[in-house]
Design a protein around this ligand. Structure first.
Ligand code: SF4
Length: 291
């Protein structure tokens, strides 16, 4: 141990606008509906936050059969398939729609494109709930791709319109669009990448280039957190993906002078505070040898 240790936090951490809004709607729903509401799947991809919400009366369910008529169901920020919305209304389930307005915008675009008989293309992960919810608004006839190779396999088309999963990498999306433009005469591109995730990526890269190691904090199921981690690794920057402060091993920093902290858009502030506190303890213990 020969060097002082410094911790630098990204300027963009914690919940994004869409997650903050969903959490506000959950608080309101709990207050108005007797302290018991349901969410279809985990409301956000963060186990710590989901566990806290459970203890406050928010119960994740896997399908509508688990929700009785008259009960309240929160539609999470990723949105849901329109058939499911319709079915919930038919069953007399009270809905609180926390679909992020940015996801709602993509849903609106594909609805319009379908109405005008455009082939809808979605750039994103076909298994991601947001993409499933968007695709449903195109009558499930959308082509969903996430690589330039997949774009090269699409048959030639006269016209198509595309949207992009909000958390998708712009670099990768541009490479896919480049391939699509060779195959589609009239391609309408709606840039639906969310600025919150882009700013986070840019800030993470800038920070990563000034530190010896990055701590990426967030849920293991969170795609935008996984992407931040990959971003660091792909640029050759050592990084550790952690969900909580308890996972931190002080030995990771033996050869470091500067450590950066970044987080996904679904990482709660209290998880981040615990990580910062733990890092401050480690820093204090290490730097005391220099006083
Ligand atoms: S990352 Fe962007 S699109 Fe997704 S919930 Fe947050 S603000 Fe909405």
């Amino acid at each position: 141990m020969t060097r002082k240790l410094e911790i630098i936090c990204s300027p963009y951490t914690g919940y994004c606008f869409g997650v903050k809004r969903a959490m506000r709607l959950i608080d309101k729903g709990l207050a108005e509906h007797g302290g018991h509401i349901h969410t279809l799947g985990d409301v956000i991809h963060n186990m710590q936050a989901v566990e806290r919400l459970k203890s406050r009366g928010v119960k994740p369910v896997s399908n509508l059969d688990e929700v009785e008529s008259g009960a309240t169901l929160i539609i999470r920020a990723h949105g849901v398939h329109p058939d499911l919305l319709e079915e919930a209304q038919r069953r007399g389930i009270h809905l609180i729609d926390a679909t992020c307005p940015f996801v709602g915008r993509s849903q609106g675009y594909v609805k319009q494109l379908s109405k005008k008989s455009y082939q809808v293309i979605i750039i994103g992960d076909s298994k991601h709930p947001e993409v499933i919810s968007i695709s449903g608004n195109a009558g499930d006839r959308a082509i969903i791709i996430d690589t330039p190779e997949a774009a090269r396999e699409i048959d030639k088309l006269d016209r198509a319109g595309l949207v992009i999963q909000t958390t998708f990498s712009r670099e990768k999306a541009l490479a896919i669009i480049h391939e699509l433009e060779k195959r589609i005469d009239n391609l309408l591109v709606y840039d639906t990448i969310c600025q919150a995730t882009e700013l986070r990526r840019e800030a993470t890269l800038e920070l990563a280039s000034n530190v010896n190691l990055m701590l990426v904090v967030g849920g293991r199921a969170s795609s935008n957190t996984k992407r931040l981690f990959r971003l660091c690794i792909d640029r050759g920057i050592p990084a550790k993906f952690i969900e909580t402060a308890e996972e931190i091993d002080p030995g990771w920093f033996d050869q470091c002078e500067r450590v950066g902290i970044t987080t996904g858009t679904s990482t709660p502030d209290w998880v981040i505070d615990n990580v910062i506190r733990r890092m401050e303890e480690i820093t204090k213990a290490r730097n005391s040898g220099f006083e």
